[in-house]
Write a protein that binds this ligand. Sequence first.
Ligand code: AMP
Length: 216
Amino acid sequence: MRLVLVGPPGAGKGTQAQFLAAHFSIPHISTGDIFRANLKGNTPLGIEAKKFMDKGELVPDSVTNDMVKDRLNQGDLENGFLLDGYPRNVAQAEVLRAILAEKGTPLHAALELSVNNEEIISRLSGRRSCSNCQRPFHIENEKPAVEGACDNCGSPLIQREDDKAEVIKRRLEVYAEQTEPIISFYRNEGLLITISATGAVNEITESAIAALSRVK
Ligand code: AMP
């Protein structure tokens, strides 16, 4: 299964990606996670990306596309992949289509997680993320078993810099201006599947799996 997840920040892409990647036995490729890992490691890529991430802006396409191309050339994609957070504009969607066409492995689907704005703001401002494995939690809706610690690896939970109120506002604007047009792009390609992403996490996963099982 070769899949991209589409939806605004806070739609639950990271959470659903973990379950869907496990279900389909495919790698979860999150461009945001790759940038954050580079940021933590203080690599040149991380230092460059931080300038944009801290403001809620997109990292330039030249940087992002090369990074994704490298990742898609690694040898662990025989079952497919799940891209989360990429593409984020139509130019990236076109680059992805070209990379995959060259490899003869086109996408099977673009899964849109649909959520209203109010819900998004509440989710993002309450989100806490593992400082090590990035797993997302929520201070009310998805608490960890031990307060402040990740269920997966026990590392401390933190609030991402870009989950602070002023940055959330800008990320939502950037989504509306630059990312939302990819929904029409994938609709025109005949790849778009939209599910409602409000409600219990496991019910959303089940509805995603049911929708994807109809994909050929
Ligand atoms: P995310 O974890 O997907 O919300 O991404 C966090 C931040 O990383 C975004 O706000 C952008 O600054 C940057 N980023 C992640 N993916 C992309 C992308 N495909 N294109 C440009 N910037 C990205």
